[in-house]
Design a protein around this ligand. Structure first.
Ligand code: F6P
Length: 534
């Protein structure tokens, strides 16, 4: 099947994209859901390729695997766990059982505790020693950081709670910058770590506790823990009433919907957070019920496979024309690359095709003035995934929003249509160029076109929309993972570096010179660091 798809991709490359239009392609190669439109018509996928991709999804068992995920079957086979982040947003659904037990009462109970605590922080009923909480600092990394940081920024127009700050890097510069100017007596620290063992987070949490202890006699009183390791959080000195737990069937990069989302809930309030969950839940229903051609996550995934596995494009760019989604590319880098950046299948055999692609991006229009040169004229094809808010939250600046929208639409049009040599020549001629110089200049102004892009357009970035968008990408990763035959829910690839870092931090202790067993380059770098501390 992959061979057939590659043959179709070769044919598509020769044909281009623009010739596909006519006969209602735009509508036919779009999926709609709840007022959102995902337009994948500006890609080289034709009806034959789409049918083959949908058949591939069926053959690889996507529908059955999807139901297995939603119903709590342990589809994370290398860790023997269910994958149930969807249970965290199952507001109106029924029981979800893991090992014969309905997990929903626990989910609802934790959500109610989060709402009560967030409400108390927001109203001032929960106080620091200096009075009502003015600042909340979320200390976490990876999935315990990227989601809340991205979402708090995305939903800034709804932010009416205390200020939120985020610390992730073990580099002391991060926490120093975040705590600068904060009053420990009115600050709440959220230690966000599923395992409660992650070096970066626990080191930063200890630094925050020391910072707070200078002004607050009982610093633990202004700490809360967001973790599935309830015992470790208690051992660390955070009282049970401020430990918000979740189960191991919620993966770190899928955890924004539960306790890891507490900073978001404190920022925007319980009602808006519930709307965010409702958005995710609505996308879940759509994903389960819509036929493949109209199924947004399915078609986003199949477009991704078409571009990476069939056409062979090595990366994809995520380009939100919505400044508040500035951190979405970083969030998706973890979601997509930690999930599908794998080289073996579920049984440990080498994949016969590529795993997931490199994902990168920046918001538009900023990216246009940075790397779009390569996207338009470089020698690699980069499929672009535009996200576009049709309206902004600043009605008084509607003219600026029109410029934003115009730029986004212009980019996808330019990528697809390009500009041929003849047109470039005519334009240069009109500017007075002649002879060899006309030829030379014209060639620099040619755009090959036939460069693919998709556009996800929505009305306005509300909590509900954001929930839908995140769930859309989660399910896209799932579908791609199932079709590729890999496990999207483990992350063994991060372990080796962690182990070696533990060894190396001992070698970097002042006065130690344990270089045995290290390669020449690493030894040289260790020695360099030591010379800086002599
Ligand atoms: O090292 C990778 C990772 O395990 C991610 O999967 C996870 O999101 C992150 O570290 C943080 O882990 P924790 O929430 O357990 O601190």
């Amino acid at each position: 099947m992959w061979r057939d798809l590659k043959a179709m991709a070769d044919k598509a490359r020769r044909r281009g994209i623009a010739p596909l239009f006519g006969g209602g392609r735009a509508a036919a190669f779009s999926a709609r859901f709840d007022g959102m439109l995902f337009d994948y018509s500006k890609t080289s996928m034709d009806a034959e390729a789409r049918a083959a991709l949908i058949a591939l999804a069926e053959a690889r068992g996507v529908p059955a695997r999807r139901e297995a995920m939603f119903s709590g079957t342990p589809i994370n086979e290398t860790e023997g766990r269910a994958v149930l982040h969807t249970a965290l947003r199952n507001l109106s659904g029924g029981a979800v059982t893991v090992d014969g037990q309905d997990v929903m009462p626990g989910v609802r109970d934790t959500l109610a505790r989060m709402r009560a605590f967030a409400g108390a922080v927001r109203s001032g009923a929960f106080k620091g020693v200096g009075g009502a909480i003015t600042d909340v600092v979320n200390i976490g990394i990876g999935g315990s950081h990227l989601g809340p940081e991205m979402a708090v920024r995305a939903l800034a127009p709804y932010h009416d709670g205390p200020r939120c700050h985020f610390v992730s890097n073990v580099d002391g510069a991060d926490i120093t910058g975040a705590l600068a100017g904060l009053d420990p007596a009115r600050t709440l620290i959220l230690v966000a770590s599923k395992t409660f063992t992650t070096t970066e987070t626990m080191t930063n949490a200890a630094a925050a506790r020391a910072w707070m202890a200078e002004k607050v006699a009982d610093p633990g009183a202004q700490f809360a823990a967001l973790s599935s390791a309830m015992g470790e959080a208690a051992d660390w000195g955070i009282p049970a009433e401020r430990v918000f737990g979740f189960e191991d069937w919620v993966g770190g990069r899928y955890s924004i919907w539960g306790p890891i989302g507490l900073s978001l809930m404190i920022a925007i309030g319980g009602e808006d957070f519930t709307d965010f969950l409702r958005g995710g839940e609505a996308m879940d229903r759509h994903f389960r019920d819509a036929p493949p051609e109209d199924n947004m996550p399915m078609m986003l995934a199949l477009t991704g496979l078409w571009h990476h596995q069939a056409c062979g494009y090595p990366t994809r760019a995520v380009l939100p024309y919505d400044q508040r989604l500035a951190r979405l590319p970083a969030y998706l880098q973890q979601l997509e690359m930690e999930s599908n950046g794998k080289g073996v299948d579920m049984d440990g055999r080498a994949l016969g095709h590529g795993g997931g692609p490199v994902v990168w991006g920046e918001p538009g229009t900023n990216g246009q003035h940075a790397f779009y040169q390569l996207i338009h004229q470089g020698t690699q094809t980069v499929p672009c995934e535009f996200l576009l808010a049709a309206r902004g939250h600043e009605p008084e600046l509607a003219h600026q929003h029109r410029l934003l929208v115009a730029n986004c639409l212009a980019q996808s049009e330019a990528l697809m249509l390009g500009r041929d040599l003849e047109t470039a020549r005519a334009r240069m001629k009109a500017q007075g160029f002649t002879g060899a110089e006309l030829e030379r200049q014209a060639r620099h102004r040619v755009f090959s076109g036939a460069r693919p892009s998709t556009t996800l357009i929505y009305d306005l970035l509300t909590p509900r929309r954001l929930g839908q968008i995140i769930a859309l990408y989660e399910h896209r990763v799932f579908v791609e993972g199932v079709i590729l035959g890999l496990n999207s829910f483990d992350q063994w690839g991060v372990e080796l570096g962690k182990e070696l870092a533990r060894e190396l931090s001992a070698a970097l202790e002042p006065g130690s010179a344990p270089e045995g067993g290290k390669d020449g380059s690493t030894r040289q770098l260790i020695r360099y660091v030591h010379t800086q501390h002599e």
